[in-house]
Design a protein around this ligand. Structure first.
Ligand code: FCB
Length: 467
């Protein structure tokens, strides 16, 4: 039986992202991003929700820092909105935007909380999308310039810099299935986006190393745990193919310095990958202090037999275009429950499996869980409290899964719950609540859910409480 105890040095945090919480979309010189455009396009988000106001964090940041401090967290992972600090995505920086993040970082430091800043959590300045977006190499160069500006301003006051959040989503959901901004459905562009995001990571990573040598460097990936429906050769080949698109397209260049050969072969009918130039892969493989891992649920695939009804239950939203480029013969099967309000299956052992795989393949690479959490249909009870037992159970089991992986040797150094606050859940708008703190969107009042109290105890003791 594993002892579910974490050492004093283990980092407890919570995570958010700019567009999901800040609001103030048109204030203090912020420019439009692809998510403003997308969410304002009829039919793109549930109920037509946008991030215009969100959790109004731009105005309430000091109170929100108070909650982080009261929770007793060691670290806070937030993202910087590129269009707030460099509205057009190139050239001029916006001092008011930089000042906002500067105050936020200082506010965290004053409260003894480690700032963990993500440079890109999906809000590309619209002007850059108009010039080709992530399908264009130029965007990676613009990202390098943006990185230099923001690291120059915040430097090593930021404890950990994270270049990108989930480039998988940016590339495939943004450019192949179109369920995320910019909503394009062009498979070849999606693979070009994969590469230019990887390149952006490498270029920015080098900027961070140079301008903030004392800071830690990381990237956050949503790695998939993919299981085959059977041990058959065909099903296992489906696993291999999806693993290449989902995981090794990023781990390969970032940690091994090369794209996997099978990925290039699998996708040869879509692109010849000529957008990868000599030296790019070397640039991308900047050594990381910590690999950020986001995990929510697992994936079950099989090779399509050519006869049965197709199944696309990959958990990545409904679209007539697939995010899985050049994988037309792979079916994504529904998984056994229970499920969260996202319809995602709950599978804590898969997290242990993922961490042990990474430990095996990259034995010298420390890791952090940079997102894990669950949406449920929370209710405010008559006593005014939110008894979110299912969220507590989800967190307890997943943090237990992290402890299990650590017990078997995985070098996992921290855990960030998604999310501090209820927020704009992308295509699902305000309908899906992930916060450990409830946001009443009419009044912007914050109320701790039971899970927040539970997490506070965990952060204080390092001891995983029983059910
Ligand atoms: C991740 C995103 C995060 C949030 C969670 C639920 O894919 O990084 O912004 O939406 O999912």
């Amino acid at each position: 039986m594993t002892q579910h105890h974490f050492p004093e040095s283990f980092v407890w945090g919570s995570a958010t992202a700019a567009y999901q919480i800040e609001g103030a979309a048109n204030e203090d010189g912020r420019g439009p991003s692809i998510w403003d455009t997308y969410s304002h396009t009829p039919g793109r988000t549930l109920n037509g929700d946008t991030g215009d106001v969100a959790a109004d964090h731009y105005h309430r940041w000091a109170d929100d820092l108070g909650h982080i401090a009261d929770l007793g967290l060691d670290a806070y992972r937030f993202s910087i909105a590129w269009p707030r600090v460099q509205p057009g995505g190139s050239g001029r920086f916006n001092q008011a935007g930089i000042d906002f993040y500067s105050r936020l970082v200082d506010g965290l430091l004053e409260r003894g909380v480690r700032p963990v800043a993500t440079m890109y959590h999906w809000d590309l300045p619209q002007e850059l999308e108009d010039a080709g977006g992530w399908a264009a190499r130029e965007t990676a160069l613009r990202f390098q310039e943006y990185a230099a500006g923001i690291v120059g301003a915040l430097g090593d006051r930021v404890h950990t810099w994270t270049t990108l959040n989930e480039p998988w989503c940016s590339a495939y959901l943004g450019y192949a299935s179109g369920v995320h901004a910019p909503g394009r459905t062009e498979p070849a562009a999606a693979l070009a986006a994969v590469h230019h995001l990887n390149l952006a990571h490498g270029l920015a990573g080098r900027v961070i190393r140079e301008l903030a040598p004392a800071a830690e460097l990381s990237v956050t990936l949503n790695l998939h745990v993919i299981r085959g429906a059977s041990e058959s050769e065909a099903d296992q080949d489906a696993v291999r193919r999806i693993d290449a698109l989902a995981n090794r397209a990023f781990l390969g260049p970032m940690l091994d310095g090369a794209y996997p050969a099978d990925l290039l072969a699998d996708t040869a009918a879509v692109t010849d990958w000529s957008f990868v130039r000599d030296g790019d892969e070397k640039q991308i493989a900047v050594p990381l202090d910590v690999l950020g891992v986001n995990y929510y649920s697992s994936t079950l695939v099989r090779a399509w037999d050519g006869v049965s009804a197709r199944s696309d239950a990959d958990g990545h939203g409904a679209s007539t275009s697939t995010p899985w480029v050049a994988a037309d013969n792979v079916d994504f099967l529904p998984q056994p429950g229970p499920y969260t309000a996202m319809g995602w299956n709950i599978d804590p052992p898969a997290l242990t499996e993922l961490l042990l795989r990474l430990q095996r393949e990259y034995p010298n690479q420390p890791m952090m869980i940079t997102e894990n959490g669950a949406a449920f249909d929370d209710e405010v009870s008559a006593d005014g409290r939110i008894h979110d037992d299912r969220r507590i159970d989800y967190l307890r089991r997943h943090i237990g899964a992290v402890a299990d992986a650590r017990a078997e040797g995985a070098d996992v150094r921290g855990y960030f719950v998604w999310s501090l606050l209820d927020n704009f859940e992308w295509g699902y708008g305000y309908d899906r609540r992930f916060g450990i703190i409830r946001v009443d969107y009419d009044t912007q009042v914050r109320t701790w859910k039971d899970s927040a109290h539970w997490y506070q105890r965990l952060a204080a003791t390092g001891q995983l409480p029983d059910a």
